[in-house]
Design a protein around this ligand. Structure first.
Ligand code: SF4
Ligand code: SF4
Length: 301
């Protein structure tokens, strides 16, 4: 992704919660697009290029005990539908725009002439040039689904249930009963990726807890230590755990949630209950012989 950009810029300097180094918009004249670059052909040659690598090489026969001194993690990425999108700022045709109603950032395929300024400017490298249509394209935030109150397809399809999709309230009025407000704005468990770029990305990550803070702080900015500490204690934090249990629990956007007894419950925009997840998965033990179907069950392990 934006490694070349990171190499070109100084490490981000945080003074408390404030960024003291420059974003991709600063130090540029008003007529210049944001700081950026076009990826090389090689960068597109394989999915997850360079992402399967460990932090250090493992020697032949080496084994780990207890905490691993070497580490790696995957980082699922899509367009961040940024609040201050670099792709919008860079397009000389005003073909890239952010929708007022839901904040989704789109490229108007009629207006786009394929100048690739958005490809260059996006620090997350989430706009791509299509050689066939000769226009730039990007994630459309599944806007036809969002308009119906449904989550994006990548969120619904994720078998790991690592994603939650919905709307954040305004900065000043986060709601305790909105699961995303609660996780991101109130408890601050999830953090934006590379906030130092200055685009105010709208995808938030719960940072991996096994990776050194010096590395993660450059990725997720201030609030990292607090988020990791919170995650370490999440099993005793019923409200937060309840919000996390609702990840991947419905194909509807969960507008409101509540923890009741041993269950987390979610409602959609129409006030309809769309998810009810128990804190402990029920455990069933079946008889070896099933009278209803007249069959024997075998334990294949
Ligand atoms: S991630 Fe990139 S393509 Fe998506 S809105 Fe932000 S700047 Fe634009
Ligand atoms: S499934 Fe929808 S939201 Fe997800 S990456 Fe594709 S277009 Fe974007």
């Amino acid at each position: 992704m934006g490694f070349k950009l990171l190499e070109r810029s100084e490490p981000a300097k945080w003074d408390g919660k404030e960024l003291k180094s420059q974003t991709i918009f600063e130090g540029r004249s008003p007529l210049e697009p944001p700081l950026g670059h076009l990826p090389d052909t090689m960068d597109y040659s394989a999915p997850n290029l360079g992402e399967d690598e460990l932090s250090e090489a493992v020697a032949q026969g080496e084994h780990f005990e207890g905490l691993h001194p070497k580490w790696m993690f995957y980082l699922a990425r899509i367009c961040n539908h940024c609040t201050l999108p670099a792709c919008v700022a860079a397009c000389p045709r005003q073909a890239v725009y952010k929708r007022d109603e839901d904040g989704i950032v789109l490229i108007d395929q009629e207006r786009c002439r394929g100048y690739q300024e958005c490809v260059k400017a996006c620090p997350y490298k989430k706009a791509f040039y299509n050689l066939v249509s000769r226009t730039s394209e990007k994630c459309i935030g599944c806007y036809p689904r969002v308009e119906q109150g449904d989550v994006a397809l990548c969120v619904e399809a994720c078998i790991g249930k690592i994603r939650m999709h919905g709307f954040l309230s305004t900065q000043t009025a986060p709601r305790e009963d909105n699961p995303l407000d609660y996780i991101i704005k109130i408890r601050k468990l999830a953090l934006p990726l590379y906030p130092q770029f200055g685009t105010s990305p709208n995808v938030y990550y719960i940072p991996p807890i096994h990776v050194p803070n010096t590395f993660l702080k450059q990725m997720f900015g201030p609030g990292l230590e607090e988020a990791k500490a919170l995650y370490h204690k999440v099993k005793d934090d019923k409200q937060l755990l309840g919000a996390l249990l609702l990840f991947g629990a419905s194909d509807r956007i969960i507008e409101k949630f509540k923890v009741e007894g041993e269950e987390a419950i979610g409602w959609d925009i129409d006030g309809k209950e769309v998810a009810r997840v128990p804190f402990t998965e029920p455990h069933y033990v079946h008889d070896n012989y099933d009278e209803k179907y007249g069959v024997y069950r075998h334990n294949t392990t």
